[in-house]
Design a protein around this ligand. Structure first.
Ligand code: FES
Length: 352
């Protein structure tokens, strides 16, 4: 199960005016717990004024081959008014200790031969940087097409890292940068990447039908538009992987189903179980957290997937789900932070 440990900050690198990369040292006795697959993220926690603030940030460094990691590097972009990102950009310094959850997330690509592509917006480059750099280093026959969009060159995160990859693998990495608020050299696209533009652009860039996996990451609008473009071009849903950063409150919530007057949740967590009454309107995660503060979560917004649990029995409705793939929901997984009971008894297993 995901756990927090205190890790020391080994470097703070300014990437743009509003973003940094934090490098964290993993002591040898914790290295196995922090082994990660390219594309995974870490939840960082800060308790300030009695409030537990958690945010997830993707790991941008390549995954070490075979060994457990001795460092982890994450990218953090400032979100206006963001409680954690403001602290990260303005206060975190060398030698500080941060509470860091063990890696989680299923927006991943374990290195494998084949042809892959990503469409990313803004800080959506972060997990994809780990995916591309690990893949190209480990799989000599793999190819990757990276389509990234940002506002301007100055606001683009990991500009140098991506340019270095392009220099190192000129034949196997195809890089297309689209800037929405800056004129580019002739021939390069500019403006926003929406469904219509992608539908026209993708077949010109690469043989769409030969791509083994598509990785879409960024704001909701970009990921949704890219998915619709790919589906329109005949790409199977199973080849599309997506991770959304920032979803506006109220986006695509499920219809309300009347809740039973009294319901209980039984949860198994780290080998131990318990049964507790669900209070009116609260999510199953909140019920579990009142009794087991160690229950895993980060965003509480249906985006990060940290609270994923297996629904052993009963029925729930989820307000929204931007984290689980359809195969996972069909297999019986739910997001506890978005789940409300539909039946009087619900049983969840966080250990599966
Ligand atoms: S805590 Fe992030 S999806 Fe539930």
């Amino acid at each position: 199960m995901a756990r927090f440990h205190r890790l020391r900050v080994a470097a703070v690198d300014r990437l743009t005016d509003d973003s940094v990369a934090l490098t964290l040292t993993v002591p040898p006795h914790l290295a196995e717990e922090y082994r990660y697959v390219p594309g995974q993220h870490l939840a960082l926690r800060r308790v300030a004024d009695g409030e537990d603030i958690r945010r997830t940030y993707s790991i941008c460094s390549p995954a070490p081959d075979g060994e457990a990691p001795s460092t982890l590097r994450v990218g953090v972009r400032l979100v206006e008014g963001g409680a954690f990102s403001t602290y990260a950009l303005k206060e975190i310094g060398l030698g500080d200790e941060l509470e860091v959850m063990t890696p989680a997330g299923r927006f991943t690509l374990p290195p494998a031969p084949g042809r892959y592509a990503a469409i990313v917006g803004g800080s959506g480059i972060t997990p994809v940087l780990s995916i591309v750099s690990t893949l190209l280093a480990r799989e000599p026959a793999a190819r990757f097409c990276l389509i990234r969009s940002d506002r301007t060159t100055a606001s683009t995160m990991f500009l140098e890292e991506v340019a270095d990859l392009k220099d190192r693998y000129p034949e196997r990495l195809q890089l297309v940068t689209v800037l929405s608020r800056e004129e580019q050299q002739a021939g390069l696209p500019s403006g926003r990447l929406d469904q219509e533009r992608l539908t026209g652009l993708l077949p010109v860039l690469l043989p769409v039908e030969q791509v083994d996996g598509w990785f879409l990451c960024g704001p909701y609008g970009l990921v949704e538009g890219a998915e619709r473009a790919l589906r329109g071009l005949g790409v199977a849903r199973s080849r599309i992987h997506q991770e959304i950063f920032h979803v506006d409150a109220g986006t695509a919530t499920a219809a309300t189903v009347p809740a039973p007057a009294h319901s209980t949740v039984t949860a198994r967590l780290d080998g131990r179980g318990g049964t507790w009454p669900v209070q009116d309107g609260e999510s199953l995660l909140d019920t579990v957290l009142r009794n087991r503060p160690d229950a895993p979560y980060a965003c509480k917004g249906g985006v990060c997937g940290t609270c994923r649990a297996f629904l052993v029995s009963g029925e729930v409705r989820m307000d929204r789900n931007f984290a689980l793939e359809s195969e996972e929901t069909e297999a019986g997984y739910v997001l506890a932070c978005q789940s409300h009971p539909v039946t009087e008894r619900v049983e969840l297993d966080f250990d599966r």
